[in-house]
Design a protein around this ligand. Structure first.
Ligand code: PBG
Length: 315
């Protein structure tokens, strides 16, 4: 321990959650064993466990009851995320609540923006993202995390939040977000797979590192307070390059497909889950991430509480 170069601690982990309408709902997501879609009432029970395990940070995704072509539920004051944040902050005031700001879960066609013909209209989308971020802020979110990848979104959201009295609210930008096959299980969980086309016009090509650094630079100029690289595992070099170039807090998102892969392999007995997860998360931190968004967070916190010699993340 004394000379170890990299330390993984539960305080660096952020647990993502999917919240949906209804009552008494806790449905396991088939491609993400151990992950659930919760209704708000069930989610509050889940948070009691999270608090007991010592996890302090969550990221929220909403699954609305209705979707339309303007993503109305994304910025409605009584939308699923807005209500969830209010309930959570009432009861768990110390928990850091981050909200994902994107429209794809709320759009009937599953794209991240307003669609004109078969194109995503950047500037019209910005106006809706501004409203979405503000509605999250008004509900009590501690950080907003735009994941849509429209041009100019960080600046637009920053200006809008400032104008409405939220100049102190930090923005965590999904600055380097690649068009990735590893989002597959998420799209099943959130019902957000695009009906036509793909996200390649607004997410990055996996072959590019310099482009990621340019995207990050732009987001920082526009006012991002924290930046993220996503996915993590196939992009460790991007995390390292970003860490070396920028001094701002850097996060990485260990996404749904990365989680699903580990779960599948471990359930077949191909490797030990705890050791594999520890190795993967350590590599992401070693590459330069200060914090990691990961569906494994709860398991890691549980393992860390087990006595040394069994499944401890410290072994
Ligand atoms: C919304 C969004 C996605 C993820 C986070 N925010 C999906 C996507 O871009 O299709 C993926 C997270 C994961 O796979 O765990 N745009």
């Amino acid at each position: 321990m004394l000379v170890r170069e990299t330390h993984l601690s539960t305080s660096q982990l952020i647990m993502p959650y999917f919240i949906q309408e209804g009552h008494g709902v806790k449905d396991e997501i088939p491609s993400m064993p151990g992950q659930f879609r919760f209704s708000i009432d069930q989610f509050l029970f889940e948070l009691e466990e999270i608090e007991e395990l010592g996890l302090g940070h969550i990221l929220l995704f909403g699954i609305p009851g209705e979707k339309d072509a303007q993503a109305t539920q994304a910025y409605h004051s009584n939308g699923i995320v807005q209500r969830t944040v209010r309930e959570v902050k009432k009861r768990f005031s110390k928990l850091t609540v981050i909200t994902d700001v994107c429209l794809c879960e709320y759009m009937s066609h599953g794209h991240c923006g307003v669609v004109k013909g078969e194109q995503v209209a950047n500037d019209e989308t910005l106006a809706l993202l501004q409203k979405t971020a503000l509605s999250h802020a008004e509900s009590g979110a501690d950080l907003v995390a735009p994941s849509d990848m429209m041009d100019g979104r960080i600046g637009a959201i920053r200006t809008y939040l400032d104008q409405h009295g939220y100049s102190e609210l930090p923005i965590l930008s999904y600055a380097a977000k690649y068009a990735s096959s590893f989002y597959g299980p998420f799209r099943e969980a959130a019902g957000s797979a695009p009906e036509f086309g793909d996200r390649k016009s607004y997410q990055m090509d996996s072959a590019n590192v310099q482009e990621a650094l340019r995207e990050i630079e732009l987001d920082l100029k526009e006012g991002a307070d924290l930046i993220m690289v996503k996915p993590a595992l196939a992009y460790l070099d991007v995390i390292r390059a970003a860490k070396d170039k920028f001094s701002i807090p850097l996060l990485a998102y260990n996404v749904s497909g990365e989680y699903a892969m580990v779960k599948a392999g471990a359930s077949l007995g191909y490797f030990d889950e705890c050791r594999a997860v520890t190795e993967i998360l350590t590599s992401i931190v070693r590459a330069g991430a200060r914090a990691v968004l990961t569906y494994h967070a709860k398991d890691v916190a549980r393992w860390a509480k087990e006595p040394l010699g069994s499944k401890s993340i410290h072994t």
